[in-house]
Ligand binder design. Structure first.
Ligand code: URA
Length: 213
């Protein structure tokens, strides 16, 4: 179980390295206490040189167990949105702002907890290293945590989504809603609208990245 966390200690910025080497090193990361409750580090996946990088919040329950990003319910929503936007998955590198699952144990269930700014900062060198190595044409931040990590400050998605933005970590960044927010919409009409908005944002990103069919 993850209790109250002390301030995370920042790891040093990572020099440019191959993804496999980064993944190996990240597997041993102890820069914040989230590793203690997690099964494993869930590093990003996709080809070096992918024109599009998608950044989520953190691995969920399924991702923590499987060791791969976006393989749970939010991942299914995202895969469908990518297909609808006609984006080839070989053009996409998927990762998260925070690479360990943060949760609260309730009985047998592990309830997702949003990472703190300190945890985001502790994980930022890994994200920076992925950006420097993959060198995508466009980075898509999915949800508030990814937006904060990429923009360097809390950035409301509603005001900024769907446009190419200059960002301190890497540019251009395009912000959109997190696919899990679609699953939380109150009714099917709202879910359809939220999914269409995500697909529209992905289309803008893909066109700018040269990753559209
Ligand atoms: N949500 C995320 O933000 N990332 C994942 O990998 C899975 C769910």
């Amino acid at each position: 179980m993850v209790g109250k966390l002390p301030e995370a200690t920042a790891v040093k910025p990572q020099p440019r390295r191959a993804l496999e080497e980064l993944r190996r090193d990240a597997a041993r990361c102890r820069a914040c206490p989230l590793w203690e409750g997690a099964t494993q580090t869930v590093f990003g996946e996709g080809p070096t040189g992918a024109p599009l990088m998608l950044v989520g919040e953190q691995p969920g329950d399924k991702e923590d167990l499987a060791g791969h990003p976006f393989v749970g319910p939010a991942g299914t929503v995202l895969q469908h949105a990518l297909e609808e936007a006609e984006i080839d998955s070989s053009a996409v590198y998927m990762t998260n702002a925070v690479k360990h699952f943060k949760y609260r144990q309730r009985g047998t269930r592990r309830i997702h907890q949003r990472p703190t700014v300190a945890e985001m900062k502790a994980c930022r060198p890994w994200l920076q290293a992925e950006l420097d190595t993959v060198e995508p044409e466009v980075v898509v931040g999915l949800g508030a945590t990814a937006a904060h990590a990429l923009m360097g400050r809390a950035t409301p998605i509603g005001e900024h989504r769907g446009r190419l933005l200059e960002a301190p970590l890497y540019s251009p960044v395009l912000l959109s809603a997190h696919p899990s927010s679609i699953l939380r919409e109150r009714d099917s009409a709202a879910r359809v609208a939220a999914r269409a908005a995500l697909v529209a944002d992905l289309r803008v990103a893909a066109a700018a990245a040269g990753a559209a069919h």
